[in-house]
Structures are given as C-alpha cells and as structure tokens.
Design a binder for this molecule. Structure first.
Ligand code: HMG
Ligand code: MG
Length: 300
C-alpha cells in the first residue's frame, strides 16, 4: 500500500486572511464543502484572533458553525491567547494552533510580544486546550528568513520548535512565511530540527514567493517529513510580511505526491474545481501551475 502523506489545507485561513476584499461566511463554507468533497480531511478553517488585527477572519465562529461535520474530517483554528481559545472551544474546534516565530521582530509585528512572552502565553493556552481534550498544533513562522531581520539561524528555529513541543504541541509546522527558502536551506533547517525532534512531529509550511515551494516540499520528503500545509489555488500570504505570496498550492503538492507514489486521499480534479470556485469568487485565476495545466489540457 502506498505511504500516506497528510495535507493540512490552510487556504480558508492562511489564504483568505490575506485577501484584500472580504470573503463572506457563505463563500468560505462553500469552499470548505468543496474541499471536503474532494477528500481533504484536515482543514484550518478559522482564526480566533483580534478582528482589529485581521478583519478577514472576523466571521470565524459562523464558519465553524456551518462547516460539514463528517467522520474523519478535522477542523482546526488559530488561537493566539486564552481569549481566542475560549472562542474556538465555543465554536466546536477539535484542534487549535498557537503561532510563534523564530524572529523577534516578526513576533512583535504579528502578535505584539517577544518570543519568550509568546511561549509563556502559549503555555496557558496549551494547558487549557489539553484539559478540554482539544489537540494542539504549533507554528514557527519565519523559519527560512524574516522580512525584518533577514537570515534566521536553523538552531533558533529548532529551539522554538522544541519549546512548542514541550508545552504539548503534537505537531509543529515550520513556516517559510515569506517564501524565500530553497531546497538546500530547507535541508539545513530540517537537519537542525531533526536533531531535536522526530520527523513525525514536524510539518512543512512553504510559501511560493520565489517559486521554490514545491522543490522545498520534495526536499522535506527526502528528509522524512510526511505532513505539509498548503492552500488550494495558492491562496494566501501574510498581512505582516510585505510581498509574501500565497502558500504552495494544494493542487501542486497533490500532483507531486501522486506522481511520487504517495497516497493523499485527495481527488485532484475535484480539488481543481474547489480552487476554481474560490478564485472566481475572488475575481482572479488560481495560482496553481497544475490547475492551469490540467485546464489547458482539457481545453485542447
Ligand atoms: P494585543 O493588542 O497585544 O492584545 O494583540 P490585547 O490582549 O492587549 O487585547 C487588545 C484588544 O484585542 C482587546 O480588545 C481584546 O479584547 C482584543 P479591546 O478591549 O481593545 O476592544 N483581543 C481579541 N479579540 C478577539 N480574539 C482574540 C483577542 N485577543 C485580544 N483572540 C493579539 C495581541 C495576539 C490579540 C493580536 O496581535 C492578534 O490578534 N494578532 C493576530 C495576528 C495574525 O493573525 N496574524 C496572521 C496569522 S500568523 C501567520 O499567518 C503565519 C503562519 O501561517 C505561519 C507561516 O505562514 O509561516 C501561522
Ligand atoms: Mg502561512
């Protein structure tokens, strides 16, 4: 049987949080329904952050109330603090994510506190989440470069990842927030992290600003990672990282994995349709090369 790779679809959160035009709750739910129909099982659907900081995520409780609840389909949400966690629990989230950074400047810009302060804050979120029987995920942003500080040392990423693991994160997603990484840099990063943590606790979260994201996924697969975050149609970016483009497109990752013999459970044609749906709602073309190629092939 083919080895399974877990895809965490982050388009409804990481993608839509960065769209200039607001996307209404009904459209977000319709996107999630299409993703579920395509076989996506892990979806980051919401973010319980301050609506003053990220207004695009304001309808998160309504989204969570309306998403299809099916066996084997899991929804997660970002929770930067206890206020966010309480909202996520009330909305029926079964997994929440705290999000820190490997760079001090990014931590301040993104969540208004230092790395050390954030880890203290996350500790109380972790205790309350785990006590409520909710799974906890952790993010480290800026693992391959910071928009304010430039280079980020792999050892610093590993230190933050270890601390997230220690407070109870079952999975730590390593975010190339600004998409500057290359396969070599990805390997050096993972060498440092894998000295401290097993591959099964790490996820790759690549943005495609420089067109390197699929290559970075392939490098991470070589290093033993089997969980990747991606956004359908390549939606995404980061409001606190100027110029960062979207996450690697889920269509492109699924195509890569299928052709490498891995199982994802995702049906590519239906995924392309989901990407087209949200791209049409946003008035632009999907940022997925695989989507473009498959649709061009159908047109001839
Ligand atoms: P703060 O201003 O320091 O917070 O922001 P505060 O505790 O002083 O509260 C100030 C106000 O915010 C209060 O309201 C609180 O009630 C409210 P007021 O009294 O002024 O009316 N507030 C909240 N409201 C709703 N939900 C909450 C919440 N907490 C406080 N949870 C805070 C600190 C963390 C809240 C803020 O900085 C924030 O919301 N930041 C979120 C930024 C964000 O979402 N960034 C994008 C996600 S990270 C990312 O995309 C990267 C990632 O994808 C990885 C990668 O790509 O590499 C994960
Ligand atoms: Mg991201």
């Amino acid at each position: 049987m083919a080895e399974r790779v877990k895809i965490v679809e982050v388009g409804p959160r990481d993608g839509l949080q960065n769209e200039k035009q607001p996307v209404d709750v009904a459209t977000k739910v319709a996107l999630i329904e299409r993703l579920v129909a395509a076989g996506v099982t892990h979806i980051e659907a919401a973010s319980f952050v301050s609506p003053k900081w990220v207004p695009q995520m304001a309808g998160s409780a309504e989204v969570m109330a309306a998403v299809p609840r099916l066996p084997g389909v899991h929804y997660s949400a970002l929770t930067p603090n206890l206020q966010g966690l309480e909202a996520a629990l009330a909305a029926g989230c079964e997994e929440v994510a705290v999000f820190g950074a490997a760079s001090e400047a990014f931590s301040q810009k993104n969540i208004n506190c230092s790395i050390a302060e954030s880890l203290e804050r996350f500790r109380s979120v972790a205790e309350a989440a785990l006590a409520a029987g909710v799974k906890l995920r952790g993010y480290v942003s800026c693992v391959l470069g910071c928009p304010y500080e430039g280079a980020v040392a792999p050892a610093q990423v590993a230190r933050v990842a270890v601390q997230l693991r220690e407070i109870g994160c079952h999975e730590i997603s390593l975010g190339d927030t600004i998409g500057r990484g290359t396969p070599d840099a990805t390997r050096r990063l993972l060498e440092a992290c894998l000295r401290e943590l097993p591959a099964g606790t790490l996820a790759g979260h690549f943005h495609d600003t420089y067109g390197m994201a699929v290559a970075n996924v392939a490098a991470s697969l070589d290093m033993g990672l089997r969980t990747f975050d991606s956004s359908v149609a390549g939606l995404g970016g980061c409001p606190y990282a100027a110029g960062a483009s979207g996450n690697v497109a889920t269509e492109d990752v699924v195509y890569l994995l299928q052709n490498m013999g891995y199982e994802t459970g995702i049906e590519l044609d239906a995924l392309v349709e989901a990407g087209l749906f949200i791209s049409q709602a946003l008035g632009r073309a999907p940022q997925s090369r695989v989507s473009q190629a498959l649709r061009a092939a159908c047109a001839v």
